[in-house]
Design a protein around this ligand. Sequence first.
Ligand code: SF4
Length: 342
Amino acid sequence: MALPLPGSLTPSKVATFKECALAFRLSAIDRLPEAPSEAAFKGTVVHRALELLMWEEGPGRRDQEAAFSMLGRALDELLASREALQLGLSTSQLEDFAADARTLLTNYLALEDPNAVRVIGTELRLEAQVDGLRLRGIIDRLELDRHGQLVVTDYKTGRAPSAGQEQARLGGVNFYALLCQEVLGRRPARVQLFHLREPLAISSEPSDQSITSLRLQASAIWAAVKRACLREDFRPRPGPLCDWCGYHAYCPAQGGDLSLLAPADGAAVLQPDGAALLQLDGAAPPEANGAAGPGANGAAGPGVPEPTGADALEANGAAGLAAGSARVPGPALSLVEEPSGR
Ligand code: SF4
C-alpha cells in the first residue's frame, strides 16, 4: 500500500529529503515525534531572545546587556513549556544552559550590528501553492535593507555545515525567497543564514533565474516524494545528518528495524499516477484503504530500482541552486558571487 503524501513541505523538510529520504519519511510522513533535546530547546530560547531584542529595544539600544536581558525574559516565558518540563534540567544544568545561550547571543552580536536592522517581521508564517505543492515556512526575521529591499534572515544555533554541505543547507533557506515572491509579491534582495555557534554567516542573493530554479526544484522534489510514497521507497542515506538523527532505532543503516513503525496516517492519498486525491493534515480518508490501486503496491517491482531523495532529485535535474553565496566567518558579512552562480 502506498504511503500517504505529506500535506505540505517546509524548507527544512526539503533539506532533509535531499540529505536522507528515510529521515524525511520518518519525520514528514510517519510523523515520529522528535525526543526533546537541550539543543533544540536552546534554539527556541535564543530565537525568542533575538525576537524580543528586535521589538522591545529600539535602534541604538540593542547591545549585549539588552540581549542578555531578553534572554532572561525568554527563559521566564519558556521554562514552563512542555518541552522544558520534559527536559527537566537541574539548577546547575540550567546555569550551564543559560551561559551557553549567552555565548550564542554574544556570537550573534559579532555577526552584525542589530541596531542597523530595520525589522518588519519575525516568526512570519508564509504558505504558498507551487505547482501542486503546498510550501510553507516560518521566517525568523524579515527586514528592509538600506535600499528598501527585503532581506530574510534565518538563525541557526547548532553546528554549521561543512563547506560541502553548505549549498544543501542554504538551498533549503532559499525556499524562503520563493515564499516571499509568492506570498508578498517581492523577491528578497538577500537571504542569510547566521550560524551562531561559530559564528558564521552564509548568504545568497536570489535572482529571477534562481527563483525559476527553485520552482523547478520544488516540482522535482514533489515528484520525487510522490514517487517514493507510491513505492514506499525511502532509503537511508548515511551521512553527517546521522549524528543529529533521532531515528536510529528505525534505520536499517544503523542496525535499526523499520518494521517497528506503526502504519502512517494523515496527509494525502495517491492515485496510481501519483496525483494527490485529497490533502489533509489529519487522518487519512477512507480512500486510503487500498485506493492506490494496482501498481501502487509492491514498490518499484522487478525492474531496476529508481533513486530516492537526493539521488532522485539529481535524476530530475534539479540538484543545486543558482544563487550565489558567501561563507564568511564573523564578524564581517559580505557577499561573494560564485562564478557559476546565476
Ligand atoms: S540515521 Fe542516518 S541514514 Fe538513518 S534515517 Fe537517520 S539520517 Fe538517515
